[in-house]
Design a binder for this molecule. Sequence first.
Ligand code: NAD
Ligand code: UGA
Length: 332
Amino acid sequence: MRVLILGAGGFIGSHLCEKMSSKHEVVAVDTCLDKIPPETQKSIQLYPWDIRGYRNEIEDLTKASDLIVDLIAYANPSIYVKRPLDVVDLNFFENHRIMEYCIRHHKRLVQFSTCEVYGMSGGSDIPFSEAETPLIMGPVKYQRWIYASGKQFLERIIYAHGAEGDLNYTIIRPFNFIGPRIDYLPIDGITGIPRVFSLFLSSLIDGNPLFLVDGGINRRSFTYIDDAIEAVMIIMENANSRFDRDIVNIGNPANEASIRQIGEMMRKIYIEITGKPCKSDLVEISGTDFYGAGYQDCDRRIPDISKLASCGWNPHISLEETLRKSMEYYLL
Ligand code: NAD
Ligand code: UGA
């Protein structure tokens, strides 16, 4: 199978290229492809393009591929609040264009969405089910939701095309994947505040405080990247067309923790890995002070993973192992 991976140089994309290159023909597009391991780079096609400047070429690559995997997005919350229109432009309009190429050339699309589409659902809606759980966004003044709203609208349009019979797709909703290469460390100050794992690790290395937004009471389910990639491979290879015109959660329900617990675990693991004392205290801060006005949070999100479990997939890597393996990559 010839697979076009858009956003191939990112965290998930680079792992996907590595895993896929031994089994499939991979065509990788990203503004930066450095995260793809050198050995993998030798065996795949690389296009260091900004998709906005190469529209005709991307359409040609779509036409020449069997499967299109679209990972392109701004994916960290500080950007949703500080540059909301850039988020819509890239995450919605540019990805919509990719979807149109897939329709025009009759290609299956694997579209990366997000667990954030479940928004502020919770309570009896836990665990989140693809078919049943309502998608509840906060007020418009909280621009954090522009990311999830854009992804949700794209999902709805893709779904509608599927229902009308002119697009075959699978939408993936990832739940907080972490692992090696998640973000560049040290933080460069240009790409905005990275996701919590990277920020905590960066602070641990520099001896700065770990800031607990709104006291670190909010909870996430963290998924180790290797478990996640196995699931993505099952979806991409799509035996018996099992995932045609479907939406699928990928996450690890057993790895739920509050952000305060994550901070505490990372402090402990940092000491164990480095043998050095930890100079980073846990310091509480409001979401507005940390991210700026327009930030609002989801308090809890746990995936229902029964769709993938019915294909024999289950995540194996515990939360402790997930944090340890991810930290070792940067610290050793
Ligand atoms: P990432 O930021 O590491 O990867 C996105 C990639 O897109 C980057 O490499 C970036 O350079 C590339 N890109 C952005 N604009 C581009 C452009 N104009 N032209 C070419 N390339 C461009 O993020 P990720 O964690 O790998 O996430 C991938 C996808 O999965 C995103 O759509 C994200 O919203 C979604 N997602 C990820 C997670 C997670 O846990 N990592 C969770 C939910 C959703
Ligand atoms: C993430 C991002 O939107 C995307 O990467 C993705 O779509 C999705 O969710 C996902 O990874 O599944 P979020 O989980 O809020 O959103 O991302 P983080 O930045 O990792 O924040 C997690 C929690 O930690 C939030 O409650 C945040 O407020 C908190 N946090 C973050 C802190 O307490 N301290 C920090 O220094 C950073």
